[in-house]
Design a protein around this ligand. Structure first.
Ligand code: NDP
Length: 600
């Protein structure tokens, strides 16, 4: 028998409530409701943090060019350098390394996954995170630390966007062109352009008419607000009425800071986030010294994956909201006799654990928020993994500040922006400043998000080759695109609870392949068509889990409620799960055979 729910939880009633709340939010335009910040509002998209410097275009050659200076570029670069491949150039559109951590400097920004497993290369750099969930400035500093330690600054190009990559078959090099007039060559290219880097705004009528100050959370204007990314008080807001649109993971982190500073803060909500407890704490030196034996970070990362995977790990090292849910599912399964274990009974145990967890999270909102109506409106009515789960110990509390008001729109959202403010619930709210916590593009195709195309062997473009869906082996190698490596989670582990883990693993793979090719004096490495086809077939044999689930409330996890399109079935992970993928790929690398790849 599965875990017993508290008698007060009526499963049928909850399912009906979840469906009712989802239906309120379904809309015809799906992802098309949003507009791109950079295309529509270039003035709001410029880099507010580091001024772009003039430089001459480059026409030289490097061994490895990597596009994207976030964790992917840094980790791949570091691993290549460790392997003795010194000639690595990272090309990055921001003014420094960091990727998402370069742009997202909003107050309160913090990692959502425990820093001991989230912050990469801690052993290699000798850094001990200061807190269980480190804040953004520390993570950004860590990016610089990796860049410095592995000499990645030397050749890096910042404030530079790749516009085109073209394979030159006669010279066996990639030609890299950029928006700064560069046209240099690279033997190998890597791409880690990030899953969530194209900022979007709600495509609201009147967006451009607002006469006050407006910005997206990934372009925070501290000159306007005062304060700093370190969380200093935003003194310029004390006489301002501020609106924030959106209540996702970003908003949850910055609202407490806005609530303290603004004369008045209006939080416009379409769908509440589930906000569980954070329990952040400093990482003490003595404790860290005890756990930090050689290989500790890999062990911790693997333990985290194991705790999120059906099975029975003996210990939970990380102990957070993610592993708590995994533990509850396992506890539920232990109540089912092994002879009754079927996919259905596992799903049932999952649903029951989820109902309990979400009920606790809803009760938490009601208990923390003084005003009962506000507490009620902050309750999330969907399964926890339908949207990015949030964890915070000051967000719900912020609604007890006299300055702060939740403007719940019962699923309808803000309707338009006016010259003077925000229009919602049939009412205009006049404000001095609008902050868009409206997220980033996800369900657009890879080439559109990367902002450049690849022209591979025989002049074939990646956008054409992937027109009917992504085709790779291991999410990384594409037939017809020799010496090119893509670093992204789909068709591989797809372990979104800790994205850097996927990247470290990909970096190990790339380094093993490049080291092998260089050691053997090869010019090119390419996946065979057969190997790619059978990998794609294997990926498509899976179910994709909760991602794309149309029973969920709309959001980027399920293509704004529209669910899978045919091409999305290519974006799934390894069908046996992330733990199995990490183990499989480790063997694939170690065998030294690189099955499926051809070296020439
Ligand atoms: P999200 O896409 O999660 O949230 C966008 C928000 O805007 C949603 O609340 C959405 O409502 C709301 N919205 C859109 N249109 C309207 C409208 N017309 N009226 C009112 N509200 C509207 O973006 P975030 O930036 O919060 O987060 C994006 C992702 O970035 C996260 O899911 C996470 O993966 C990552 N992130 C990670 C963090 C970390 O690890 N530390 C911190 C922050 C973000 P609705 O829900 O109804 O669509």
């Amino acid at each position: 028998m599965a875990t017993q729910l508290a008698p007060s939880i009526d499963k049928e009633a909850l399912r009906a409530k979840y469906a009712e709340e989802r239906d309120k939010r379904l809309r015809e335009d799906g992802s098309a409701q949003y507009v791109r910040l950079e295309e529509e509002f270039t003035d709001l998209a410029t880099d507010p943090y580091i001024r772009q410097e003039e430089r001459d275009p480059l026409t030289d050659h490097v061994t490895f060019a990597f596009i994207g200076g976030g964790f992917a570029g840094l980790i791949v670069g570091a691993r290549l350098k460790e392997a003795g491949i010194g000639d690595v150039r990272i090309i990055e559109k921001g003014g420094d390394f960091g990727g998402t951590w370069y742009w997202n400097r909003y107050p309160g920004a913090q990692c959502d996954t425990a820093s001991l497993i989230y912050m990469p290369l801690l052993e290699e750099t000798g850094h001990k995170p200061s807190e269980k969930y480190a804040h953004a400035p520390e993570i950004r500093d860590h990016c610089s630390r990796i860049g410095e330690k592995f000499d990645l600054y030397e050749k890096a190009l910042f404030h530079t966007q790749v516009t085109d990559l073209e394979w030159d078959a006669s010279r066996k090099v990639w030609i890299v062109r950029t928006n700064r007039g560069d046209e240099f060559t690279a033997k190998y290219v890597g791409m880690g352009t990030g899953p969530l880097h194209v900022a979007k705004l709600p495509g609201l009528p009147g967006l451009e008419t607002f006469k006050g100050k407006a910005f997206h959370t990934s372009r925070w204007d501290y000159e306007y607000t005062g304060g700093s990314p370190e969380g200093d008080f935003m003194e310029n807001l004390t006489d301002k009425r501020v609106a924030i649109i959106g209540t996702g993971a970003t908003s949850v982190q910055c609202v407490p800071h806005l609530a303290k500073a603004a004369k008045e803060l209006l939080v416009f909500q379409r769908t509440p986030s589930s906000v569980d407890e954070r329990n952040n704490a400093p990482i003490e030196d003595d404790w860290f010294a005890e756990i930090a034996e050689e290989g500790w970070q890999k062990k911790w990362q693997e333990n985290f994956v194991a705790n999120l995977t059906p099975g029975f790990p003996s210990e939970d090292l990380v102990k957070d909201g993610w592993t708590d849910l995994g533990g509850r599912v396992r506890a539920g399964m232990r109540n089912i006799p092994p002879e009754r274990w079927t996919p259905e009974t596992v799903l049932e145990a999952f649903e029951e654990a989820d109902f309990q967890k979400m009920e606790e999270i809803r009760q938490r909102a009601q208990a923390i928020v003084d005003d009962p109506d506000t507490g009620e409106n902050l309750k999330a009515w969907y399964r926890q993994l339908c949207k990015r789960p949030c964890f915070h110990d000051e967000y719900l509390q912020a609604f007890n500040e006299a300055s702060t008001r939740l403007i719940d729109t019962d699923g309808k959202g803000v309707e338009r922006v006016t010259e003077n403010g925000v229009f919602a619930n049939g009412e205009e709210y006049e404000v001095d400043c609008i902050i868009y916590a409206s997220g980033f593009e996800v369900s657009t195709d890879y080439v559109a998000r990367a902002g450049f195309d690849l022209t591979g062997r025989d002049g074939v473009k990646l956008s054409e080759y992937w027109a009917n869906g992504m085709r790779t082996k291991h999410g990384m190698h594409v037939n017809g695109f020799p010496n090119a490596f893509i670093v992204q989670p789909a068709q591989a582990a797809n372990f979104i609870a800790n994205v850097p883990h996927n990247i470290v693993d990909h970096a190990n793979t790339i380094t093993a392949i490049v080291s092998h090719a260089e050691g053997e004096g090869r010019d090119a490495v390419e996946v065979t068509k057969d190997a790619e086809d059978s990998w794609v077939e294997l990926i498509q044999s899976g179910t994709g889990g909760n991602i794309g689930n149309t029973e969920c409330t709309p959001g980027y996890y399920n293509n704004e409620g529209k669910g899978w399109e045919d091409t999305d079935r290519f974006n799934m992970g390894y069908p046996h799960g992330p733990l199995a993928f990490f183990s499989y790929i480790d063997q694939w690398r170690k065998s030294g055979e690189f099955e499926g790849l051809e070296f020439s």
